[in-house]
Design a protein. Structure first.
Lengths: 123, 487
């Protein structure tokens, strides 16, 4: 099996890694607060993708077991867990955005560097 | 099966959402109910600790679903000890907050303060007793959000800015944590800690790289959240901008539960394979930097609460050091330092809070001459500062003593030396405020006029903390007995 095949079979993991790096980079290097939150969400999505795709079975069905159904089924546990993960990510995003609103009202800017500058002057 | 540990979490969660309702109808009752609930949680934790020390560790299956399908709560001596520390400190701090938030917070966010505190209490207890990784993650997230909430509730721009940075970095930490859990689940097919550790040897043979990555993300994730030295940049601002009672809980407890969680995961999940991976070496290096550089940075601070926050960075290093050294007495010292540091740091922050309450001043130089005017507050402050330095007969001495003994047991006496050097550095920044409070004078005599002691409801918790600190120093065998160590 060549490297192309390996990459093709694990395509979703590759995408998850790329997304994680994009999110991480955006979160840490952009000074715009909203972009930081966007980066944070991209990073979270990457982790969700990785977790969900680990439970995927090629050709598998939704695991609703009744009379007459037979496998293979997709592993439902990662999906169930990620549902919780998404709820957590949403609440953190909401909280962060509300903080940004307050910051904008009080500093008049969304730029993290400018806010840091104003803060050092205060001290 | 003993229901008490789970009930302690459940009543705190229920209480958290009842408080706004109670506040709506009876404004004065809300804080009393909140303190009562945390007191009840304290009783439950104490009963659990007694049960565990008599009958040993036990696991509780939620909804009677057997593992690995159901959710397991696992309470051993260490988790019971942590529960007791968490609930008792939270109870005392909330008692103090009853009066303090009236002064420090505006009307609107005040009702949420109790909700946030109870959520924080519930989630911290959840973290220490979680038996599977995903529940651990969920409780860690609740505690992160609640902890951020207790800072931003103050509402001034400094607090909001500090909260934002804390939130972003702690989300980074939780991303790493979830990634690590995903990698572990992929190679072992389980989330329950006991089951993962049963599978991990096979996984280490088949997929070693996945395990290394999972381990790295786990250490980084918890490292960011517990402010291990190079990852500490959010802590000083967040802990100093918060209202005084929140600072006490954040510095005293919140950073430590993440260390404890990391320790639990490393010993219970990675236990069988950890010997071949030099993770202790890395953690010890970071802890050493924390202990020395945290103290050095604390010396340069003008503001009292900022100095205390930097000192937390250093003290977190001690706990990491003890748990990473691995010898029995070092681990006992590390666990004990969780307790003694919680006692010391919360009494220091509460004392700083009552100075702020009475004088409105926050710099170290403003303490000059306050000793005779606020004897109880400054007495508590001095006792905790002395314990921080490591004066014998106080709690801080005992935990440092065990850390140093443990370092020698582990054959790494170098770290005993580091502890002595750092104690000296600690003295350098804790003695000046104490000396100037009792022997210094304000430049202008009229400044301190009319300043007297803080109200009794604030003094009582501080005094109880000090007595506990003395108690731990005089009878360390009680604490060690609770942890299951002899000698």
């Amino acid at each position: 099996m060549g490297i192309i095949d390996i990459l093709y079979d694990n395509f979703h993991y590759l995408v998850a890694c790329l997304l994680f790096l994009i999110g991480f980079h955006t979160m840490l290097t952009h000074s715009n607060l909203i972009k930081k939150i966007m980066g944070m969400n991209i990073m979270d999505t990457a982790v969700f993708l990785l977790f969900i795709s680990s439970g995927f079975v090629r050709g598998g069905k939704a695991p609703i077991v009744g009379p007459g159904t037979e496998g293979p089924y997709v592993n439902p546990i990662p999906s169930a867990l990620i549902l919780t993960g998404i709820v957590i990510a949403v609440s953190i995003t909401a909280f962060a955005l509300s903080l940004i609103v307050t910051l904008y009202k009080q500093y008049g800017t969304l730029d993290a560097d400018k806010i840091a500058e104003l803060r050092t002057k205060e001290r | 099966m003993l229901h008490l540990p789970v009930l302690a979490v459940v009543i705190s969660l229920l209480g958290a959402y009842l408080i706004p309702l109670i506040y709506h109808f009876r404004r004065n009752l809300a804080s009393v109910v909140a303190v009562g609930i945390s007191g009840l949680a304290l009783c439950f934790s104490a009963a659990t600790a007694v049960y565990v020390s008599r009958y040993g560790a036990f696991s509780y299956l939620l909804g009677m679903w057997s593992i690995p399908w159901g959710i397991e709560v696992y309470v051993d001596r260490m988790s019971a000890f942590m529960m007791l520390v968490i609930s008792s400190i939270t109870f005392l701090v909330m008692l103090y907050a009853m009066e303090d938030v009236r002064h420090e917070l505006t009307e609107a966010p005040r009702k949420w303060y109790w909700t946030l505190n109870l959520l924080l209490l519930a989630s911290m207890m959840g973290v220490v007793m979680a038996g599977d990784l995903f529940n651990l993650f969920v409780f860690v997230e609740i505690s992160s959000i609640a902890a951020c909430g207790t800072i931003s509730v103050k509402g001034d721009r400094r607090a909001v800015e500090a909260t934002f940075r804390y939130l972003v970095l702690s989300t980074l930490g939780s991303g790493a944590l979830l990634l690590s859990i995903a990698l572990l689940y992929m190679v072992t097919g389980n989330l329950n800690m006991t089951y993962i550790s049963g599978e991990i040897q096979k996984a280490a043979f088949l997929y070693p790289k996945n395990l290394y990555a999972a381990l790295t993300f786990m250490v980084v994730g918890f490292g960011v959240k517990s402010a291990l030295f190079p990852l500490h940049s959010w802590l000083p601002d967040a802990h100093s901008a918060a209202p005084a009672p929140s600072s006490a809980v954040l510095s005293g407890l919140v950073v430590k539960i993440y260390i404890f969680a990391l320790f639990q995961v490393l010993s219970r999940v990675f236990g069988p394979v950890i010997a071949g991976i030099p993770v202790e070496t890395v953690v010890l290096l970071m802890a050493t930097m924390a202990v020395v550089l945290g103290s050095v940075l604390a010396m340069g601070q003008k503001e009292l609460k900022r100095m205390l926050a930097y000192s937390t960075v250093a003290q977190v290093g001690y706990v990491f050091m003890g748990l990473a050294l691995g010898a029995d007495r070092a681990v006992a010292g590390g666990m004990m330092h969780i307790l003694t540091h919680a006692l010391m740091k919360s009494s220091l922050f509460l004392a700083a809070g009552s100075v702020l309450y009475k004088t409105g001043k926050k710099n170290i130089t403003d303490l000059a001459g306050l000793g005779p005017r606020m004897p109880v507050t400054m007495g508590v402050f001095s006792l905790a500062a002395a314990s921080m330095i490591g004066v014998p007969l106080l709690g801080g001495f005992v935990s440092k003593w065990y850390l140093a003994l443990g370092a020698t047991d582990a054959g790494k006496s170098f770290y005993a030396l580091i502890i002595i050097v750092s104690s000296f550095l600690t003295a350098l920044y804790f003695l000046p405020p104490v000396i100037s409070a009792f022997f210094g004078k304000q430049p202008d005599d009229s400044v301190g006029k009319g300043i007297d002691e803080a109200p009794a409801v604030m003094l009582v918790p501080m005094v109880i903390l000090s007595i506990a600190l003395l108690g731990v120093g005089l009878f360390p065998s009680l604490v060690l007995g609770l942890l299951g160590y002899r000698g």
